[in-house]
Design a protein around this ligand. Sequence first.
Ligand SMILES: [Zn+2]
Length: 250
Amino acid sequence: MGLPHNPNIFANNPLDRVSHKRLDADWIAGQLKDKNSFILPMYKENIFVLPPAKPGSPPEVGFMRTDMFAEAYKNGATVMFLGLDKKNRAYFAVDLTDQGPDPSQSGPLKGFGEFGDLRGLAMTIDASDASIAAQAKAVLKWHSTHKFCSACGAPSVIAEGGYRRDCPKCHVQHFPRTDPVVIMLAVHGDKALLGRQKIFPKSMYSALAGFVEPGESIEEAVARELFEEASCRVSQVTYRFTQPWPYPMS
Ligand SMILES: [Zn+2]
């Protein structure tokens, strides 16, 4: 029995993250060498996509063979483990940003496809693949901006298949950051409260939203944000569902 289907994009990730196995660095290394494993290249926060299998169909997320990037691994590219699919094949992601110019133009990926923005592709690519790409994008972005220990300033090192960074100097462990946000539709009778930003296209409106603050429940965050943004007091908050969102601070 799996979880019920979540209606939101980037949810329903089909991979089993096998978090109990990520602690075993040798197991991770073995999976990376396995010829049946896949790896998703990323470059400047963009995901690698392959051309449509046939004209008119959407592009496909570019899960490649892991041995294509041996040089990048040697050169210190950040590699993370994503999980196992139903056939027990391992999936990884690698950040090629610091490995030189666009690798789809001159590196091992030349001729296979190109890098594209996940937000723009999300509505067209396979939904399961989009959720895997979101996982990769969120964690690799965190690594790219958290290379140093926030306690002592020393360079930290990747651990637990990419879900932790350890400081070799003061031994503090650092974990990927997530920023919880509430998105709420306030209703009054048969009317709903919507808002819009100046940058929105004409006639576009959205539900209100805001970050949850430390020490605050999601219900309290909903009430606070609605009062801040629209001077509305709320009498009841009902939870609907959650959604992964791989765009930090937005
Ligand atoms: Zn430290």
